[in-house]
Design a protein around this ligand. Structure first.
Ligand code: ADP
Ligand code: MG
Length: 630
């Protein structure tokens, strides 16, 4: 996060980091070393310095390579280019090909240097693509307003943000109003109107108006900072392909050494052995996946999708079943009370709605919100409950004015010993049962309409190679079937408790299927954790679901699931291209050409730059290519 002022930066513009900014002290030493070795080789070639000077220069150039190579090999049990270049140079020097050895070493040093610089630059600009958070905030205090470094802003302080400025903290609007561009977070560029009570996020931009924000989260705790941290750590969570690449590299070295000794015994040709060494170095294996992951995670972040590690890209790309929760995930596009039916003359419909809304006031369930809204729309005065308990996947139990009120599905009532003496059903409507003091007194019907684009999203998922789409819900079978029918989902399991959802996923996994699960509720959290990849609806979803999931959608747009699946597939493909084409093919061709004597060590060192560049360009491309849905 490099932005120093709160000035408005176009959020999605890459501010490519300058090369000079990346030149650390160590890097300057590296440049000096390269120039020294190169110059001495040239002088020796011109017969201007004796051989022992060249040896000294080679030793100076080789020292850091040998050191890194040996540390990698023995301490981290990892085989990098360094060890290969070291061996190649030593073989050349002791085999009497000193100039070739020196030149080859210089070329590789230059290549490594440029590659490292480029990778750092790519990392920096990928991060700046996502944007940044201002480093200062205008804080309102007793005496007036004061500009304060972000590190000194505390929760509970009021921060002022004006037109054109970026919001520096996560918080709630307490005064004023503004149109806020949330694209850096959600990928949605249409500005949102924010007035008193609205939630605003660090890193988003006030396009017009001005607001006072009551600080809730600052610095590393903001959602925005968490996204940046994810991109930074994207390389640490190793995907299975990366582990495979590492394994190949470990196997490679003994095989290569035996092969090279064989070649030397047969041909007695030092320069051929040196050439082969260059092409057997598995350098790009290390580069083939990490850059792809950073690029893919950044690309997703720009679309308002948070991926918690590179690992999940591969798992999602390979998923063959997508399991959806119903309420709050596929539906909850403004659920509404459409009818209230009382079975007991002692309760009018208004009484029923009042009691149910009182019980549901403290619940975050989408249906609870509908009940509360329904009461508000009918201008019903809703009392506060004295006791409240949320029973997952069932409903709520509360004490209202001394009466025990149950609001939820039939199972909730039955468990509490209430006789549910009639079945209520209305196609496509979710019945919410209400019991008062142990008696089933009525039903509230809620029309829980589909999220827009749900049908298209499911069709697109099937098109992307998903074999089965399944709905798992805590709601009743009739409602679930009706909704599944509308969506083109052919498998439905209803009346499920949280543990039943887990069992359903385990069952699929036992059949050898890789499962992605999409959910929103507390009742989905165990299943989200159980699936290969858990995807949480971040907008209306619960904290529990967000924490259990591996991927979170910043806005509850089902099309984002299609987008992230396609980003995952695309990046997995890119990794494979990098590994097989960039590394495999170029190396095989190189080895063949070397064996046939078509190329010598110096050409090899140059050609060797090819896969480096290819892997790099191919990975960074992921930020720009067209991906359906993204
Ligand atoms: P899904 O698994 O489809 O997301 P849930 O398990 O969240 O559904 O809910 C299942 C059923 O439990 C709902 O259809 C509803 O009848 C009932 N229910 C759960 N919580 C509440 C609540 N707070 N208010 C009313 N009904 C609820
Ligand atoms: Mg749900």
């Amino acid at each position: 996060m490099a932005t120093v002022s709160a000035a408005a930066n176009p959020p999605l513009e890459a501010e490519g980091a300058s090369i000079l900014g990346l030149m650390t002290h160590e890097r300057w030493i590296e440049v000096g070393r390269i120039i020294l070795t190169g110059a001495v080789s040239f002088l020796y070639w011109q017969n201007l310095v004796p051989l022992y000077v060249l040896w000294a220069a080679v030793a100076i150039g080789l020292y850091p390579l040998m050191k890194t190579g040996l540390i990698d090999l023995f301490a981290e049990r990892k085989i990098g280019t360094e060890i290969f270049v070291t061996i190649a140079t030593l073989v050349a020097v002791f085999g009497g090909e000193t100039v070739a050895g020196a030149v080859l070493m210089v070329i590789i040093l230059i290549a490594e240097f440029i590659a490292e610089l480029n990778t750092d630059r790519a990392r920096a600009s990928i991060k700046s693509l996502i944007g940044s958070v201002p480093q200062t905030a205008l804080v309102r205090e007793d005496g007036g307003e004061r500009t304060v470094p972000i590190a000194e802003v505390r929760t509970g302080q009021i921060v002022l943000v004006r037109t054109g400025e970026k919001i520096p903290v996560d918080g709630v609007v307490t005064g004023g109003s503004a149109a806020v561009n949330q694209a850096p977070l959600t990928g949605e560029s249409v500005p949102q109107d924010k007035a008193e009570g609205a939630q605003v996020f660090a890193g988003t931009i006030v396009e017009s108006g001005a607001i006072d924000v009551l600080t809730d989260k600052v610095g590393g705790d903001t959602i925005f900072s968490r996204i940046i941290a994810l991109v930074e750590n994207a390389e640490s969570e190793r995907a299975p392909v990366q582990k495979l690449a590492d394994k190949i590299a470990t196997w490679l070295i003994p095989i290569v050494l035996i092969f090279l000794i064989g070649v030397f015994l047969v041909t007695r040709d030092v320069s051929k052995v040196v050439t082969l060494l260059i092409f057997t170095s598995p350098a790009e294996l290390g580069l083939a996946t990490p850059l792809v992951m950073i690029a893919a995670i950044a690309r997703a972040a720009r679309n308002g999708i948070l991926i918690k590690g590179g690992l999940y890209l591969e798992l999602l790309a390979k998923a063959d079943v997508v399991v959806f929760d119903k309420t709050g995930t596929l539906t909850a596009n403004k659920p509404e009370v459409v009818q209230v039916q009382s079975f007991d003359p002692a309760f009018t419909e208004v009484d029923l709605l009042r009691l149910a809304a009182a019980a549901d006031r403290r619940s975050a369930h989408p249906l609870a919100k509908a009940v509360v809204d329904g009461a508000a729309r009918r201008s019903i005065d809703v009392p506060n409950p004295q006791g409240f308990e949320q029973l997952q996947a069932r409903g709520v139990k509360a004490t209202v004015n001394g009466e025990i009120v149950l609001v939820g599905n039939p199972a909730l009532l039955r468990d509490a010993g209430v006789t549910v003496d009639r079945t209520v059903e209305q196609t496509g409507r979710t019945p919410v049962h209400v019991a008062v003091d142990g008696k089933f007194v009525g039903v509230i019907f809620i029309a829980d309409t589909l999220r827009s684009g749900a049908r298209e999203a499911i069709a697109a998922l099937k098109e992307s190679g998903v074999k089965r789409v399944i709905m798992l819900t805590g709601d009743n079978a009739a409602t679930a079937k009706a909704i599944a029918g509308d969506l083109g989902i052919d498998e439905v399991k209803a009346d499920l408790m949280p543990e039943d959802k887990v069992a359903a996923i385990t069952e699929l996994q036992k059949q050898g299927l890789k499962v992605a699960m999409v959910g929103d509720g507390v009742n989905d959290a165990p299943a989200l954790a159980r699936a290969e990849v858990g995807i949480a609806m971040g907008g209306g979803g619960t904290q529990a679901a967000l924490e259990a999931a591996d991927i979170a959608l910043m806005t509850d747009d089902l099309n984002k699931i299609v987008a992230v699946r396609n980003i995952a597939r695309r990046s997995y493909r890119t990794i494979q291209e990098n590994l097989w084409v960039g590394v495999g093919v170029v190396h095989l061709l190189g080895i063949t050409a070397a064996l046939l004597g078509w190329i010598g060590p110096i050409q090899a060192a140059f050609i060797h730059l090819g896969p480096d560049v290819m892997v790099f360009l191919n990975s960074v491309k992921l930020l720009r290519v067209k991906i359906p849905g993204a």
